[in-house]
Design a protein around this ligand. Sequence first.
Ligand SMILES: O=P(O)(O)OC[C@H]1O[C@H](O)[C@H](O)[C@@H](O)[C@@H]1O
Length: 549
Amino acid sequence: MQQQTRPAEVTTAVADDTVTYKRLQNGSDVRGVAVAGVEGEDVTLTPTIAFFIGCAFADWLANRFQLPTSSLRVSIGRDPRISGPLLQTAMAAGLASKGASVARFGLATTPAMFMSCILPGHEYDGGVMITASHLPYNRNGFKFFTRDGSLEKGNISDLMLRAAGAAREAGVSSSGRYVDDAYVMAAALAVEPSSVPGVDFMPVYANHLRNIIKSGIDHPDNYDRPLEGFKIAVDPGNGGGGFLATDVLEPLGADVSGSQFLEPDGWFPNHVPNPEDKSAMKAGVEAVRMSQADLGIVLDTDVDRSAVVAADGQPINSNRYIALMATITLRKYPGTTIVTDSVTSNGLTEYISSLGGKHFRYRRGYKNVISKGIELNESGVDTQMMMETSGHGAMKENFYLDDGAYSALQIIIELVRRRLAGEGDLSVDLLSKLKEPLESEEFRLKLTVKDFKSEGDRILSAFHDWVLSGAGGASNWELEKENHEGWRVAVDEGDGRRGWLLLRSSLHDPLLVLNVESEVQGGVKGIVSKVREFFSQHSNFQADTSKLA
Ligand SMILES: O=P(O)(O)OC[C@H]1O[C@H](O)[C@H](O)[C@@H](O)[C@@H]1O
C-alpha cells in the first residue's frame, strides 16, 4: 500500500482521542454506536476508529508473536448488522496499511472466527469478529482472537491505547469526522486488493461442526447421516446462526423444515436474537410446537450463546441448560467441577452434586467464568465445563472457547444417543431432579452518580454490615460462606425451603443488580421488602430504588 498523505486542511490541532477509544472498551470486547438515527445515541464507533483499531491489532499481534506486521495473516468476519460491511472494510484497510494480509470472511460467527486461528490449513495469527451480540441494530463492536483464545480485558485496554496512538500519529482526530472518514476511505482504496481477498471460510467451519456431530454420535449404521429421522427446528433470530440448520444439520439428514428466521437480517425484524430474552425463547417454543420437532435450538446473533427447547415444547435455558449440559459432561467426565456465574439457583448445586459433580459458583461475566475454569485446571482441579445462565458456555475439550454452537451440538449428540439406547426423547422430565424456585426475579437499580463504581462499593459494604448485624431483625438471613462478587444471602424459608438474594454491581452498567429466588408463594416480595428497608435506612445512597416498590 502507498503511504497516505493527510489532507493539508486538517493537519492542525489534532485532539488526543485516548478517551474516545477507551470508552469503547466493554470488558473484553469493543462496543459502540455505529449507526446514527436513534435519539440520544450519538455515533461512537466510526470507520475511522475501526481503521485505527485495525492498525493497533496488527501492532499488538506483531508484539505478541514477535513477528513483523508484514508476515501477519488476519481473518475478519461479521454478523449481519447493517454497519458491518463498512466497519469490515475500514478495519481490513487498517490491518493492511500495516502490511498484514487480511482475509475477509463476510458473514461469520464468533466461534468460527476463533476456529479460523486453529483449523489446520487456516491458522490465522489473529481473528476479528464484528458484532454487538444481541444489542440493537445501531450498535456494533469487535471481538479479537488468537490461537490462544479471545483477547482479555487488559489486552483490549492495550489495544485501545495503541489505536489512539496510531490515530494521533497519523494526525487524525475523531472529531472532524467528515474529513477523517474521507482519509480512511482513501486509505482503503489504496490497499492492494490482493492483500484483502474474500475467503469463503464458513463451509470449512460447517464441515468441522458436522465432523463433531458425526464422531460424537458414531452411528453404527449411518455414520455420515446420523440425524436422519430427527426433526430439529433452529431459530437464530435472523442473526448469523442460520447456517447451522442448512449447512450443518440438514446435510447430516435432519429435517430442519420447522426452522425459522434463518435469513441474516441486520434489522432483526422478528425478535431479539438472544436466548435470555423471553420473546426469543417463546418463538423457539412455538417453532418446536408447530413443527413437532424433536428439538429446538435458539441462538444469539453471533452464536456464542444458545438455549434449546425440548420435544415437549419446554424451554431449556438458564439453570436448566446448565443442568442438561452438566448431565452430559458428568457422564463423560465423572466427578468433574462445573463453574457457573453467581446467579445460578440452589437447585442447580444440588443437582450437580446428585450426579457426583462439584459446582463452583463464581461471578457474572462469561470471561470470568471461563478464566476461573482455566485457573482451576491449572491448579490441578479437573474442570471440564464452564457455563453462564446467559447461555454462554465453554468446555475444556473445545479449547475453552465460549461457543453456543458447541453446546447445542452436545445436546443433539445426546438426543441421538438416547434414541439409539432406547432411552426416549429429550424432554424436560429428564431434569425432574432439578429443583426449581417457585419465584425468581431480577431488579436493576440505577446508580445516579458519576463515580458509580465507588458508590456501588459503598452500598455493598453497608449491605454486608447490615446483614451481619441482623438484617433489620431478619433472623432467617445468613451471608453465604463463599461470595465472589457482591453479597449472596441465604434465606431460610421454613420447612426445609431455601430462598436467596444476591446484591452485586453490574459488570458494565451504572447499576446494582438484585437477584432474588424463593421457594414459597410471595417469598420474593417479602425478601425485597427487607432490602427496601435497608435502602430506606441509608437515605444518602445515590441509587434509584423505585423498582423495589
Ligand atoms: O452484570 P450484568 O449487567 O448483569 O451483565 C452481565 C453480562 O454482561 C455481558 O452481557 C456478558 O457478556 C455476560 O457474560 C454477563 O453475564
